[in-house]
Design a binder for this molecule. Structure first.
Ligand code: NAP
Length: 450
């Protein structure tokens, strides 16, 4: 049997495991994760009100419950005490596939970015998703006006979460503290601001249109800003996805004001240049008006506009982080590879592979990871004859335990699921509610071991 470690249990890791066991009956897969909970960004990134996308967990679950797949949570890959190095993983397994995603957020690199009240969208998402490493709090406390920088689907998610009322959110698995804070939120205006034009926005139309269906919320688009984009005047030549975005925005720009208590203002051709303080916190974002340069980019015009904001969410994309012991392309934020085979010093290395965002960068939707994982698995299986190692331990789990690493197995995760169902019932929320922190997760796991 070929023993493969998949590092990361998000969609790319689980699709890799699935592709391995589907394509090759002689393979055993351990899916390792730093957290005791599987599913990566499906659990800690997909917005709580996107129940349909979240239900993908049921498909991922089937893979992790496959007889030749084993989930080993609470296993950190990296240097230091309790960590497994890339070199040690290669000793324990015939092959290792890194599916570690893009773990950090990109920075704007402008003055004031670190002012209190300015957060990365990732921090906000981690908070309302109950990521156990999330320690931040007080996002909406005292805020009336919020600025979201960026026009991707994450920007749409965080904008929607700021505008969606607590009544609807209480039916989701959102942790209780975040729900309470959002219920008390005084944010009435959310400005979602892009440096380029409507036809270059990265959000998808389905996600964009959801903003128009939020109760008690009006979406405004300034027709003058649409007119700055030549492709908005005649969108017929645009690819279908962009054309639909532009048509949606044009419809909104034509609407009369509704007087709704909450407003989402979509803004374009404004590039952030500075976050301005009000006392010790952020009070506004200064933008420079841009103009299309005719090559899909923009240039500055020297005109500036300040938008009031007691809360700023920077949603300008994720970025991969280097993994100790693996090569890394710092410009792209990815591991260099050829069809998923890691490239070291110009040559592919049989036995080390990548899939998902650490392979191709933070783009695409969850389903994009399926063909991506399949490509990597095809490469791995082509290498199979070179991979089986006679000196590898019979069962890597025994070796891990002998080294003092006690992974959280599937029963531990199931205990967390039961605890979340019990918490939801005790709060009368009508469904599962996520455990809020490490202490609660570890208590649930301990309960399953006694
Ligand atoms: P994204 O799609 O890459 O969008 C990043 C946005 O940030 C772009 O509008 C970009 O503008 C802007 N930006 C980058 N640098 C900037 C700067 N210095 N100043 C101002 N704006 C800047 O990233 P994302 O929203 O984080 O999404 C990541 C991936 O996850 C995407 O593939 C997305 O579709 C996916 N996702 C999907 C869903 C869903 O399907 N529901 C939900 C969440 C995320 P430019 O275009 O001008 O660079």
């Amino acid at each position: 049997m070929l023993r493969v470690a998949v590092v990361g249990s998000g969609p790319s890791g689980v699709y890799t495991a699935q592709s391995l066991v589907q394509q090759e009956p002689g393979v055993l897969v351990d899916v390792l994760d730093r957290l005791p909970c599987p599913y990566g960004l499906v659990r800690y990134g997909v917005a709580p009100d996107h129940e349909k996308i979240k239900s993908l967990q049921n498909n991922l679950r089937t893979v992790l419950e496959h007889e030749r797949v084993r989930f080993l949570g609470g296993v950190r890959v990296g240097p230091g005490p309790g960590g497994l190095t890339a070199a040690r993983l290669r000793e324990l397994y015939d092959a290792v596939v890194y599916c570690v995603g893009a773990a950090t957020d990109r920075h704007l690199g402008i003055p004031g970015e670190e002012l209190p009240g300015s957060w990365s969208a990732t921090e906000f998402v981690s908070w309302y998703s109950a990521h156990p490493d999330s320690t931040a709090d007080g996002f909406v406390l005292g805020a009336r006006s919020a600025v979201v920088i960026g026009l991707g689907n994450v920007a749409v998610d965080v904008t929607r979460m700021l505008a969606r009322g607590a009544a609807e959110l209480s039916r989701t698995d959102m942790p209780q503290a975040a729900l309470t804070a959002l219920a008390a939120s005084g944010v009435t205006d959310v400005h979602m601001v892009g440096r380029r034009g409507p036809s270059q926005a990265r959000f998808t139309t389905k996600e964009l249109r959801e903003l128009g269906n939020l109760p008690d919320t009006e979406v405004t688009v300034d027709p003058a800003e649409l007119a700055l984009d030549p492709d908005c005047l005649d969108p017929s030549a645009l690819p279908a996805a962009q054309r639909r975005n532009v048509e949606t925005l044009r419809d909104w720009a034509a609407l009369p004001p509704s007087g709704a208590p909450r407003r989402i203002r979509l803004r374009f051709f404004l590039r952030p240049v500075e976050l301005l303080a009000d006392g010790r916190r952020v009070g506004a974002v200064r933008f420079e008006r841009t103009a299309p340069d005719g090559r899909s980019g923009v240039t500055g015009t020297g005109q500036f506009e300040d938008i009031e904001a007691q809360l700023v969410l920077r949603s300008v994309g994720y970025r991969g982080v280097p993994l100790d012991g693996l090569p890394f392309d710092a410009d792209l934020g990815t591991v260099p590879h050829r069809a998923g085979r890691v490239i070291r010093e110009g040559r592919t290395v049989p036995g080390e592979y990548v899939a998902g965002w650490i392979k191709r960068g933070p783009t695409g939707v969850i389903g994009t990871n399926r063909p991506d994982a399949k490509e990597t698995v095809t490469s791995l299986l082509e290498d199979a004859s070179m991979l089986v190692r006679r000196d590898a331990p019979e069962d890597p789990l025994d070796a891990l335990r002998a080294e003092g690493i006690e992974p959280v197995e599937w029963a531990g995760w199931e205990a967390i699921e039961r605890a979340e169902a019990a918490l939801g019932a005790s709060l009368g929320r009508g469904g599962v509610v996520k455990l809020p922190d490490w202490a609660a997760l570890l208590a649930a796991i301990r309960g399953s071991r006694t």
